[in-house]
Design a binder for this molecule. Structure first.
Ligand code: ATP
Ligand code: MG
Length: 310
């Protein structure tokens, strides 16, 4: 096995008394797409900023591309690409001016710069729009340009902090094709997202909750938390009324809303859909459909956040 691209050991960051990142440890393999999930304030960006050499760890260590981020943050910056959550491009500059700016930051010149500039324009779908103001670009183009600028210097490791926030579904898919492509070429990608459908693209997923690593594994591994706890999907004229009735059943561990349906987590496989339907009827709820479903990543996420917050 090759050495991991990223090794995180007992990484901790405090702000005063508040522990934003609490004793987090994990490895990311070379070429892996590693997803970072977690509610707002879970500590994802703080972790990323430490891994990028932008914020000093309070304790613990992290090695990125062979460099200890606490000891040599400047050396880390040369080995990585970083697309931050808030700022990624200069809005008042044109497409071309942004590419030139980042080319300058990374010390790209001559033929290499010309080649990478062409690559970024092509990747972003902005050939012919070099003179457009960045603030006038639609979300999808802007995010692809930001990615192009972040990887202009061909870094082996890339950190993307919510790269698809507020971007439409078609553009999100295009963006994920670029991530898949980077990974296939051997680039390591650590990416955060609140879109759980996107997390399915990741080789492995880490779920953070209140500064701690709540779970880590492949989607399939994460879904194993529902082993022995089947999920019944219930459709009824009023989801809220159905939810109340389900919550009152001893066979039901808990419920959550999924669009217009309710997901009821059962305590055992003994409880059939027929039984749930009958119980609901007894409670005065006529369900239009009751059927067992596979756990989705959203079920996993809600379950983890609930249990680790309890
Ligand atoms: N410089 C700072 N000073 C004080 N507190 C901070 C600082 N930076 C982050 N925090 C706090 O640390 C916690 C974790 O923040 P962080 O930005 O890492 O969360 P996140 O998981 O990225 O959330 P989001 O999904 O909203 O981006 C939050 O409670 C935040 O308010
Ligand atoms: Mg964040």
């Amino acid at each position: 096995m090759t050495t991991p691209a990223i090794t995180v050991t007992h990484l901790t960051r405090r702000f005063g008394d508040f522990v934003a990142v609490d004793d987090v440890s994990f490895d990311v393999q070379q070429g892996e797409i590693f997803g970072f999930l977690g509610a707002n304030g879970a500590g994802k960006s703080t972790t990323i900023r430490m891994l990028c050499g932008l914020l000093r760890p309070t304790s613990g260590t992290a090695t990125v591309g062979g460099v200890d981020v606490g000891r040599d943050p400047e050396a880390v910056k040369l080995r990585i690409g970083y697309m931050s959550q808030k700022f990624s491009l200069y809005e008042a500059l044109t497409v071309d001016q942004n590419i030139r700016f980042f080319g300058g930051v990374y010390g790209l010149e001559g033929e290499r710069f010309a080649r990478r500039r062409a690559f970024a324009l092509d990747m972003a779908g902005l050939v012919g729009r070099e003179k457009s103001l960045t603030r006038e670009l639609a979300g999808g183009w802007r995010q692809r340009l930001a990615l192009g600028c972040a990887i202009l210097h061909e870094p082996p490791i890339v950190f993307l902090d919510e790269p698809t926030g507020g971007v439409d579904p078609v553009s999100r898919r295009q963006f994920w094709r670029l991530i898949d492509h980077l990974s296939q070429q051997g680039t390591t990608v650590l990416v955060t997202t609140h879109y759980l459908d996107e997390a399915e693209h990741c080789h492995r997923i880490a779920v953070m909750n209140a500064g701690k690593l709540a779970a880590l594994g492949t989607t399939r591994e994460l879904k194993q938390v529902f082993e022995g706890r089947p999920i019944m999907e219930v459709q009824a004229p009023s989801a809220v009324v159905a939810m109340r009735a389900l919550d009152a059943m001893p066979e039901v561990e808990k419920t959550s809303l999924f669009g217009t349906a309710v997901h009821a987590v059962l305590r055992s496989h003994q409880t059939t859909a027929e039984r749930v339907t009958r119980q609901l009827l007894t409670a005065g709820v006529v369900a239009t459909s009751v059927m067992p479903v596979e756990p989705s990543l959203e079920d996993v996420f809600l379950d983890l956040v609930e249990r680790t917050s309890a």
